[in-house]
Design a protein around this ligand. Structure first.
Ligand SMILES: [Zn+2]
Length: 338
């Protein structure tokens, strides 16, 4: 565990540009980490689609009834005050009509997320979004126009479901809405206690739990189809907490292509940015947020092009996708790995 520390490299770092606009470039996450030489995403998506479809076929009573209190939202639409779900039958006194409308809504909801819905949008998809929001306890008027209230309720939903609080609806939020509609509850905010971080020169190991570095194929620089592996893979049990290796600003967080769920952090006091990919689910932090060293940011998963739960860790000398370049993070990781 020789001291291959970052402080030893600080001298030439300070000249590097410190742009905070990395995300403006339209980060090519899709070309980023391909942790395995073959893609598995499409097969996984097919499987997931099958799971989602069967889950959506559940009786609606399980859905709305359990989702609403968990979400801490407004009263369910069956309370019957005006303004909710005008496109549905106004009475929900019989199980069959409720079942029918909810099943239909679940079917309609499957298209949510295929195009991003944001403030100012209008049309059928917005109506579906508004009906789903209302059904899972975030009541809005079903107007077909994405206005201020819809945006506020989307943000509330995103906060309760530990999604990035962005106020628009993309694939991750759409999937969570379908989960809510199917009766699932939001992920616990701190499902597992995160062991205290050990700081080494202001850095800490990004995984809190047993782990290993895989084999030659998981090393930085390992050959990939058309490029080389830009990070170091760290394997751990699915769901193991991931923490910020160093405090800084989250410059991007979300879901993208081969990276799956990811975050990118710009450190405030070094020349390095870093990047995590394949998180199990939406990161616990969102773009623009400040994180502290050791703060929980998500859990080890295998979203995107990944086989086996692991963290794809990239260390960037300079700004992430904005003038910087990746370096071999393994010596650093080993130094932090106490
Ligand atoms: Zn990788």
């Amino acid at each position: 565990m020789e001291a291959h520390t970052i402080s030893g490299k600080l001298t030439r770092s300070l000249k590097l540009p410190r742009s905070k606009a990395a995300h403006v470039l339209g980060v090519p996450v899709g070309t980023g980490p391909s942790c395995r030489p073959f893609p598995v995403m499409s097969a996984r998506n097919l499987i997931l689609a099958g799971i989602a479809a069967s889950a959506l076929a559940l009786p609606p009573a399980a859905g709305a009834a359990t989702a609403t209190p968990a979400a801490g939202g407004a009263a369910p639409s069956s309370a019957g005050t005006g303004g909710s779900s005008p496109t549905q039958a106004p009475t929900t006194t019989t199980t069959t009509s409720a079942s029918g409308s909810t099943t239909q809504l679940a079917r309609d909801a499957q298209a949510l997320g295929t195009t991003t819905l944001r403030a100012g949008a209008k049309g059928k998809q917005v109506r579906v979004l508004q009906r789903v929001l209302t059904a899972v306890g975030y009541r809005v008027r079903v107007t077909g126009f994405f206005g201020a209230l819809t945006r506020a309720q989307v943000r509330r939903f995103q906060r309760n479901w530990t999604l990035p609080i962005v106020g628009y609806v993309g694939p991750a939020t759409a999937r969570a809405l379908r989960d809510a509609l199917a009766g699932r509850t939001p992920p616990a905010r701190n499902a597992q206690p995160v062991p205290p971080a050990v700081s080494v020169d202001g850095w800490t190991f990004p995984i809190r739990g047993a782990h290993n570095y895989g084999g030659p194929d998981n090393r930085y620089g390992a050959p990939r189809d058309g490029h080389t592996h830009a990070g170091q893979d760290i394997f751990a049990n699915c769901g193991t907490p991931e923490v910020a290796a160093r405090g800084g600003k989250v410059i991007d967080a979300g879901y993208g292509g081969s990276a799956g769920y990811y975050i990118a952090v710009h450190t405030a006091d070094t020349q390095y940015d870093y990047f995590y990919a394949h998180l199990r689910s939406s990161p616990s932090v969102s773009a623009g947020q400040t994180v502290s060293t050791g703060q929980l940011v998500g859990y080890v998963g295998e979203t995107g092009d990944a086989v086996g739960c692991h963290l794809h860790f990239e260390l960037w000398d300079g700004a992430w996708w904005n003038g910087g370049h990746t370096i071999d993070p393994l010596p650093f990781l080993k130094a932090w790995d106490k």
